[in-house]
Design a protein around this ligand. Structure first.
Ligand code: B4P
Length: 185
């Protein structure tokens, strides 16, 4: 099974992905984690994207698509998992179209998209409590705006093509996990 977990910044995509990956034996692929690891290692890629992450802007589609192409190929050769769980990707229409080409080239498809719905006020509160370097109030506001403008419209692109499951993400972590598991089994 190949899944995409979708939602605004701070909606709990990474939190839920960590919990459901073992339940469904999936490889968790987070573009945010891959980019933060590149920054931490100060690789060429990391130095290029560091400022973009700090500002809450999107890294270019070309860079992110290359990371995903590598990850999908790696997971396809990994017999210990039954598919992938993409977290934080796609985030633009260009990424969605690029993902379609990548999965078609390896004979795969997206089986479902899980959308975590959380009101803006709850997100601002959550991220202020977490305090990652891109969780400052100004950056969080920018990330939410970028989500509304560039990312949320992707769901229209997938409408009618892939099963889209909407989940209330504004409830305790365990309740969100249970809701996702019910939808997918
Ligand atoms: P991401 O790493 O994807 O970060 P995120 O959207 O903020 O986090 P997520 O939704 O996973 O929230 P989490 O579970 O951590 O992106 C970071 C940056 O990387 C982007 O701004 C961009 O610059 C770049 N980037 C990433 N992907 C890209 C792409 N495809 N294209 C271009 N650029 C890209 O949860 C957040 C907090 O809430 C945690 O503290 C958690 O404990 C808490 N929480 C979770 N669930 C909760 C619940 N149910 N109740 C209360 N608190 C909860």
């Amino acid at each position: 099974m190949n899944l995409v977990i979708f939602g605004p910044p701070g909606s709990g995509k990474g939190t839920q992905a960590e919990r459901i990956k073992s339940r469904f034996e999936l490889a968790h692929v987070s573009t945010g984690d891959l980019l933060r690891a590149a920054v931490a290692s100060q690789s060429d890629l990391g130095r290029k994207v560091e400022g973009i992450l700090a500002a809450g802007e999107l890294v270019s589609d070309g860079i992110v698509l290359e990371l995903i192409r590598e990850a999908v190929t790696r997971v396809g050769n990994d017999e210990s998992v039954r598919g992938w769980l993409l977290d934080g990707f796609p985030r633009t229409r260009g990424q969605a179209e690029g993902l379609g080409e990548i999965v078609a080239a390896v004979g795969q498809k997206i089986d479902a998209i899980v959308v975590l719905e959380v009101p803006r006020e709850a997100i601002v509160e959550r991220l202020a409590a977490r305090g990652r370097t891109d969780d400052t109030p100004e950056t969080v506001m920018n990330r939410l705006d970028v989500y509304e403008e560039a990312t949320a419209p992707i769901l229209d692109y997938y409408e009618g093509k892939v099963s889209i499951h909407r989940v209330n993400g504004d409830q305790p972590i365990e309740a969100v996990t249970e809701a996702i598991e019910r939808l997918l089994t």
